[in-house]
Design a protein around this ligand. Structure first.
Ligand SMILES: Nc1ncnc2c1ncn2[C@@H]1O[C@H](COP(=O)(O)OP(=O)(O)OP(=O)(O)O)[C@@H](O)[C@H]1O
Length: 781
């Protein structure tokens, strides 16, 4: 903000008057748009009123029509009211096009200029001016007053560059608040040209919108970038939705922003197709909270679900973190085998009954442990979901009891024999003893009960034999004994749901029509067992699937998480964005295999984003040193701006504490907390927006205490929580601690170092071995 104000006061008066005039021109246009919007709002209100009137007519047709109208008018009204803030943001002035044809939005369709559009003396006339906004508005004659940013006619606003300008001569970003235009920023796409609009040369104002946007202070929520999307980003946002759109790019290249704008674009393009919903999978709840406001600001909400990877299973919410070794075991493909065994093993709890005893037809019948074991093994043969095998086990038990009763050969007549058998079954299954036995011997399992059973180290050891090593078994079992779930447990719960299956519920008794009862029709309509097809349909309904799945920070998904996400998009198209250099998962090859399995054989369309819009060059350069260690040979994205402020290196205060132990001399205690607090306070004075303090995961609580009382502009974060977020300034505490945390520690450190938009301070801890200038060994050349 401060930089911008300075820039404006530094302008000379002559330029100021041109600027004022241009602001006036845009104000006039905005006023016109508002008048038109008000008319539209009245129209929508009239429609609502009219539709309500129709409701009084009361015929079913009129009611359905009324509902549809109220719905449409309501949506329209809601959008208009929502978009009233800052919805007109861009303008392009275009040369005449090649074909002279108009598209559905009233704008000319040609992308390239007509021959002769530029005269030999490098002058040209502007043939068309388009204003771009968050929604499209047509005037009374259906000419475009504002083009929706997602419409094809708006694409040149984003795509045009000085290298490949197309028809665009000048691109203007308009800053407005409510009904007032505050400023304009122009970029000239054809600087060599003198272009005339209505006989006057086109003026150019400001230094471009991108720099203005990037210099602004950050808050705790992300802003949309609709006014300054860059050409390489626009290609991704508007990529056709077929198959898989795969986007890689370094930190700050706009992957998250692009993914969110793409969701809005897809809904605009084909609302009907995406009525099935768009799922955006985000790595942490913090990133969900940070990005949640972007889609509503673009006018899209309802059909897009942004969920953290730990919140994908309804009714379960990840609240815990696992240590790196536990996370590694739980996330890996190996766990799949363990879960399959556990799901079957958990059927037999430690206190499973060893004997079945029933009295039927006046006789006492018993099955002993060995026979029961045999029946269980037979029932479990094959790979069908465990919960769906209960009816089979029940049938096998009845067969064995029937056999034991000796009644099997009593009737030669098959009809009589069948009748006897069916009354036998009825008798046994209505016995309380049998019901209680079945519930205890073949309990209906839920994913949670299986996971809870895995907390028993002895049992887990049995199910994980030769899959996990004893150390892993011990740690995984211990982690499952805590209250609550970790983010990795959620994928296990989801996998278990698939392994266990959803048992068929007894069908609701059909509501009988009184007429049926009079005719005795109900006798002819017994309650049927659920058919195969009905079950398939029911399962299809219960499955939570989406029409498009967007995976943000895709490099972090573990194989088990890919399986969970894959189940939500089996018939979907996909957008996958990520950066391998920021992966906190230790085995990228295994994750890539799982990703390929989730995405299937769908063709991939690949994109690469190359420009870092977040970090100034000074910070990006420092981060690239860690990148060279974490992923030798990979290229850093190019930072788009520089601030002249170098990262600051600080070593901790050393306190000499005299202890009673005279033999070892005074103890030296490093006061890390005090140093970090001082540095955070220093940065709070230097930036207008937020400050993030990134520490190793096991220091999170401590770090919150260090910062207590400094206000809500500063937050403490564990290294894994910093993913995807950004702050005006950051303090990275002890790079060595972060790097040593896990096998992927260097990549996690790279993430931590690339969060700041303006200033970065590194505080060395005991392990960092700083040089005389305070630069820790990991960050030296
Ligand atoms: N075209 C743009 N105009 C203005 N700001 C932009 C543009 N592109 C990106 N930004 C800004 O740059 C910052 C980084 O964007 P984003 O968080 O989407 O990057 P990312 O690639 O997801 O980063 P990371 O991999 O580190 O999570 C955000 O503040 C975003 O608003």
């Amino acid at each position: 903000m401060a930089a911008q104000a300075q820039q404006e006061t530094a302008l000379d008066p002559a330029r100021d008057s041109v600027r004022d005039r241009e602001i006036g021109v845009e104000q006039e246009h905005l006023d016109r748009v508002y008048r038109r919007l008000e008319e539209k709002i009245h129209e929508a209100e009239f429609l609502m009123h009219d539709a309500a009137q129709r409701g009084h007519v009361g015929t079913p047709g009129a009611l359905a029509e009324r509902d549809a109208q109220v719905f449409r008018a309501g949506v329209h009204l809601n959008r208009l009211n929502n978009e009233f803030e800052d919805f007109l943001f861009g303008r392009i002035d275009l040369l005449p096009g090649k074909d002279g044809k108009k598209g559905p939005d009233g704008a000319y369709t040609a992308v390239e200029p007509a021959e002769g559009a530029v005269r030999p003396d490098n002058t040209a006339d502007i043939a068309e001016t388009l204003h771009i906004g968050r929604i499209g508005v047509l005037d009374e004659e259906y000419a475009p007053l504002v083009i929706d940013w997602r419409a094809p006619a708006a694409a040149p606003f984003y795509r045009s560059t000085p290298v490949d300008p197309g028809r665009v001569v000048r691109r203007r970003v308009i800053r407005s608040k409510g009904r007032r235009v505050l400023g304009v920023e122009d970029d000239l796409m054809r600087p060599e040209l003198t272009a005339f609009l209505d006989g006057h040369a086109l003026p150019v104002i400001g230094d471009g919108a991108l720099m203005a946007a990037l210099g602004q202070a950050r808050s705790h929520t992300m802003r949309d970038i609709v006014a300054s999307i860059q050409a390489e980003q626009d290609l991704v946002i508007r990529a056709p939705a077929a198959s898989v759109t795969y986007v890689e790019g370094g930190p700050g290249t706009g992957k998250t922003a692009v993914a969110l704008h793409r969701a809005a674009y897809l809904l605009y393009q084909d609302r009907r197709r995406y009525a099935g919903g768009i799922l955006i999978v985000s790595p942490t709840p913090l990133l969900v909270a940070y990005t949640e406001g972007v889609l509503p600001s673009l006018g899209e909400e309802g059909q897009v679900a942004i969920r953290a990877i730990g919140s994908l299973v309804d009714g379960a919410e990840a609240t815990l973190y696992d240590s790196p070794s536990v996370a590694r075991a739980k996330g890996s493909y190996r766990m799949l085998k363990v879960l399959r065994k556990a799901a079957r093993g958990a059927l037999e709890p430690n206190d499973s009954p060893q004997r079945l005893r029933v009295v039927t037809f006046g006789r006492r019948l018993e099955l002993q442990a060995e026979e029961l074991g045999h029946i269980r093994r037979t029932a479990l043969g094959g790979t069908a979901p465990v919960n769906l095998l209960r009816p089979r086990a029940r049938k096998l038990l009845l067969d064995a009891l029937w056999e034991r009763s000796g009644a099997a050969g009593r009737h030669a007549d098959p009809e009589l024999a069948a009748e006897l058998r069916s009354s036998f079954d009825e008798d046994v299954t209505s016995e309380d003893d049998f019901i209680a036995f079945l519930d205890a011997w073949w309990p209906e399992l839920t994913p949670r009960t299986v996971l809870a059973a895995m907390a028993d180290e002895r049992r887990l050891g049995r199910w994980a034999r030769r899959i996990l090593n004893p150390g892993e078994v011990r740690k995984v079992a211990r982690s499952l004994r805590r209250d609550g779930h970790s983010v990795h447990d959620i994928a296990l719960l989801d996998e278990l749901q698939a392994i266990l299956g959803v048992p068929a519920r007894p069908r609701k008794k059909r509501e009988l029509d009184p007429l049926d009862q009079l005719t005795g029709l109900e006798e002819l309509m017994p309650v049927r067992e659920e058919t195969q097809r009905e079950r398939a349909e029911r399962l299809a309904q219960e499955r939570v699937e989406y029409a498009h799945v967007i995976v943000d920070e895709a490099q972090d998904l573990t194989p088990m998480q890919w399986r969970m996400v894959g189940r939500r998009g089996r018939h979907a198209t996909w957008t996958v964005v990520g950066d391998p250099a920021q992966s906190s998962w230790s085995d990228p090859d295994e994750a890539a295999e799982a990703r390929d399995e989730a995405l299937g054989t769908r063709p991939r369309r690949r994109f690469r984003l190359t420009v870092n819009y977040r970090n100034p060059a000074e910070i990006a350069e420092l981060a690239s040193k860690v990148l060279a260690l974490a992923m030798p040979g990979s290229a850093s994205p190019t930072a788009v701006r520089s601030t002249g402020v170098e990262p600051r290196f600080v070593t901790t205060h050393k306190e000499h504490v005299v202890t009673a132990d005279a033999e070892h001399g005074p103890e030296v205690r490093e006061d890390l907390g005090r140093t970090v607090r001082e540095e955070a306070a220093r940065l709070l004075e230097r930036v207008d927006g937020t400050v993030g303090v990134v520490v190793a995961m096991n220091r999170r609580e401590e770090a919150r205490r260090w910062l207590a009382g400094l206000g809500d502009r500063v937050v403490a974060l564990g290294s894994l929580e910093a993913k995807g977020l950004e702050y005006d300034a950051t303090v990275v505490v002890s790079p060595a601690e972060i790097a040593d945390e896990s096998p992927a520690g260097l990549r996690v450190l790279y993430v931590a170092l690339t969060r700041a938009t303006q200033q970065l301070t590194i505080v060395s801890g005991a392990r960092d071995e700083p040089d005389a200038a305070g630069v820790p060994d990991l960050l030296r050349d």
